[in-house]
Every structure is written in structure tokens, then in C-alpha cells.
Ligand binder design. Structure first.
Ligand code: CAA
Length: 386
């Protein structure tokens, strides 16, 4: 078993369970991580793993590619607490698989659950929930960056629908996904943005250049080019002009998923640090107990905060403020935990494939995507001051 595999097992002494409470899908989740993710984790983290579609197909076989999707559409009918338990467990084993699945389940599928009509739900949810199709979310553009409302991709109304032209940047699963939730401009200002369901197979939809990232090598991140793509009117998601609200609502719960991913990465790094400290102590050498304790506190606090906000989503509460708090805290914590784990595991952690080194490289992106942590602070302050 490789070191990366070892990083996915629990750091806890027997009898001490890291999850505060396991949901009804915990059996399926554990089996999926053990049978489908752990065997491919070393290849994924090296960027030599299976195609992102294979990851979602495996989740589909395990009945987990539609955790939030109601059973009538082929999903598991689970809760957001189940969803974060799933993403954390996958991230503990491999963070690339976690972000592929997180984007598929949250910002890729949830807008259809929240804003889709019956026709859109029947056409797309079963394919996404079975893992036959992989979903993506296309909001960001190079020029606007964090200022999402500055997007310039145009959706020009034609008789039968719209024609979309523009280029999206930093899109997870770009070129791999089968269906994208795309935000494009139908008018001026924030109220001039509309959301569309765009199939990858349509003429003019192209995956552009992929980014070579510092971590998360198993997930694809890149451009999505829309070259005069005809989108039928039946594929506008929500009302015309409602697209920014669709995107922001999706990101509210999406950010809870990233908090879960960060918690899983932190747990993986913590495990590596504890294992190294135990080996060190076994040979009679000093161990930095204070650092080990801090890693545990940060990881457990991230998990509890994430579960709490997920339960707020399940209760139908607006979580704009709380999701930003969880995302900010958990992703800062995972970088700190992974960084400390690299120090505790040194000099072995200087190796590229060491579990702490992999976690540190994977952790950084969590502070950047689904809204940078500077943007989370903007959201938190605005919510408090309004
Ligand atoms: N829920 C519902 N509606 C919302 C909302 C929310 N959370 N936030 C805003 N809105 C709506 C409101 O109707 C608001 O209008 P009102 O004036 O009536 O309140 C309207 O949108 C405009 O809101 P703002 O004035 O707050 O808009 P803004 O232009 O100032 O933007 C921002 C605010 C929070 C900075 C936003 O641009 C933002 O979130 N930026 C970050 C973008 C981001 O997170 N990108 C992630 C990309 S996806 C990704 O990363 C996935 C991946 O690959 C892992």
C-alpha cells in the first residue's frame, strides 16, 4: 500500500470515531472510497489517473452521483449533511476526485434542482444522478475574475432560443463535462445575466487550454469556449435576468462542499503527521505535541462548522453568511494543517508523492475557488453590515 493510501485511513486510535455522526449513506460512502477512490488515488494525484467522467461513473455505480437528487429522478434523495460527509470522505483519500464530484453534485446539479422546470429535471437529472453524465459550472471569465457580474459572454435572443458566444476561464471539468450550467449576458448589469443548460456535444462548445496546476492534478481546470452556440429556449434555467441569482444561490451551498473538501484534505494531512509523530516517538525522539494538538483542533472545528452549515441548508435557511464563514475557516485551516504536517513529516515530506506534500499542494486551491477567501470576507462583512 502506498503512502498516499495510508494517508486516507483514519488517524484516530481505535474506538475514537472522527465523524461526529454518520448519515444513512455512510456504508455506501465508505465502500465507494475503499473500492473506487483509494485504488486510483496515487494515479489521480500524479495527474495520471482516469478521466473525470470515470470518477463520476464510479460514483453512479455506487448510487452516489446524485446524492442531493430526489429518488424520482434516480438520485439517492440524500441531505446536504450526507453530501458533505461524502465529499469529506473522498477528499481524505483524494482531493481531485473530491472536487470533480463536488462540482458535479453541487454547482453542476443543484441549480437544476433549485431552478429547473419539470422538463429540464426529467431530461438531465437522471443522466447526472446515474453518473452517465458529468456536470460543470461556467461562471468565471478571465476579465472579471472574482467580480462575477462583470462577465461578458453574450446570449443573443433568436427565434428558437439564444446564441451564446464567449469564453469561460478556470472551469472545473472543462472539456470533460457533458453538461454545463452557463451564465451569459442577455442585458445590462446584474439583472442582465441569465443561466443556461448547455450540452457539451452541441456545435460550438469546445474545451480550451487546460491549466497545469500546482496540485489537484487529477481534476481538469481550463477554458470553456462557446462559439456561437445555439441554445434552445427550453434550456434557459430560471427566468431571463435571473442568472446571477442562480449562480449565487448555487455557490451558497457549493461553498459548504468546498469546506467539506478542505476538511478531508486536513484529515489526510493530520493522519500523515500523527503517523510520523508516532514513528518518531517509538524511536525515543521528541514529538511536537502542541502542533499535533492544533492540527486536530483545526480539523475537528472545520468538520463541525461544515456539518452545521450543511444542516442549515437542509433546514431551508439562507446560508450566504454561514457558508462563507465555513469556507473561509475550513480552507484556511486545511492549508495551515497541511503546511504543519509537511514540517512534522520532514524530511520525508520533501518527496513529491509524500501524503503531506500532496495535501499541501491540493489545499491551496480551496482558498481560491468557489470565491477566493478575500471574497468570502467581503460577503461576511456585507451580510453583517446590511
Ligand atoms: N443568493 C441569492 N441572490 C444573491 C446572492 C445570494 N447569495 N448574492 C447576491 N444575490 C443577488 C441579489 O439579488 C443581489 O441583488 P440585491 O441588490 O437585490 O440584493 C444581486 O445578486 C447582486 O448582488 P451583489 O450586489 O452582492 O453583487 P456583486 O456584483 O457585488 O457581487 C460577489 C458580489 C459576492 C463579490 C460575487 O461577485 C461573488 O460571489 N464573486 C465570487 C465568484 C465565485 O465565487 N466564483 C466561483 C466560481 S465557481 C468555482 O470556483 C467552482 C469550482 O471550480 C470549484
Amino acid at each position: 500500500m502506498s503512502e498516499l493510501h495510508q494517508g486516507a485511513t483514519t488517524a484516530y486510535p481505535e474506538g475514537r470515531v472522527p465523524h461526529p455522526a454518520r448519515g444513512v449513506l455512510s456504508g455506501e460512502i465508505d465502500a465507494f472510497v475503499r473500492d473506487a477512490i483509494l485504488p486510483i488515488a496515487p494515479a489521480l494525484s500524479a495527474g495520471k489517473g482516469p478521466h473525470p467522467k470515470d470518477v463520476v461513473a464510479a460514483a453512479g455505480e455506487a448510487g452516489l452521483a446524485g446524492i442531493l437528487t430526489p429518488r424520482e429522478y434516480g438520485g439517492a434523495g440524500g441531505s446536504h449533511v450526507d453530501f458533505v460527509e461524502f465529499i469529506e470522505a473522498v477528499a481524505q483519500a483524494d482531493a481531485s476526485a473530491a472536487v470533480i464530484l463536488d462540482v458535479h453534485l453541487s454547482v453542476g446539479t443543484e441549480p437544476i434542482l433549485l431552478f429547473g422546470n419539470d422538463d429540464q429535471k426529467s431530461r438531465y437529472l437522471p443522466r447526472l444522478a446515474s453518473g452517465e453524465w458529468l456536470a460543470g459550472f461556467a461562471l468565471t471569465e478571465a476579465a472579471g475574475g472574482s467580480d462575477a457580474a462583470a462577465l461578458i459572454t453574450r446570449a443573443v435572443k433568436v427565434d428558437s432560443g439564444y446564441r451564446l458566444s464567449g469564453s469561460k476561464a478556470f472551469i472545473t471539468s472543462a472539456g470533460a463535462a457533458d453538461l454545463y450550467v452557463v451564465m451569459a449576458r442577455t442585458g445590462d448589469g446584474t439583472d442582465g445575466i441569465s443561466a443556461f443548460l448547455v450540452e457539451a456535444a452541441w456545435r460550438g462548445v469546445k474545451g480550451g487550454t487546460l491549466l497545469r496546476k500546482m496540485g489537484l492534478h487529477g481534476s481538469w481546470t481550463g477554458e470553456l469556449v462557446l462559439d456561437d452556440v445555439h441554445v434552445p429556449a427550453a434550456n434557459r434555467l430560471g427566468d431571463e435576468g435571473e442568472g446571477f441569482r442562480v449562480a449565487m444561490a448555487a455557490l451558497d451551498s457549493g461553498r459548504v462542499g468546498i469546506s467539506a473538501q478542505a476538511t478531508g484534505i486536513a484529515q489526510g494531512a493530520l493522519h500523515a503527521a500523527v503517523a510520523a509523530a508516532r514513528r518518531r516517538r517509538a524511536t525515543g525522539r521528541e514529538v511536537d505535541e502542541v502542533s499535533i494538538a492544533d492540527l486536530e483542533v483545526n480539523t475537528v472545528a472545520s468538520r463541525l462548522l461544515t456539518r452545521h452549515v450543511a444542516s442549515m441548508v437542509d433546514a431551508g435557511e439562507r446560508v450566504t453568511l454561514d457558508a462563507s464563514i465555513a469556507k473561509l475557516y475550513a480552507t484556511d485551516a486545511c492549508v495551515a494543517v497541511a503546511h504543519a504536517a509537511v514540517e512534522i513529516c520532514s524530511p520525508d515530506s520533501a518527496a513529491e508523492t509524500h501524503p503531506a506534500a500532496v495535501r499541501l499542494r491540493d489545499a491551496k486551491a480551496c482558498q481560491i475557488y468557489e470565491g477566493t477567501n478575500q471574497i468570502q470576507r467581503v460577503v461576511i462583512a456585507r451580510e453583517l453590515l446590511r
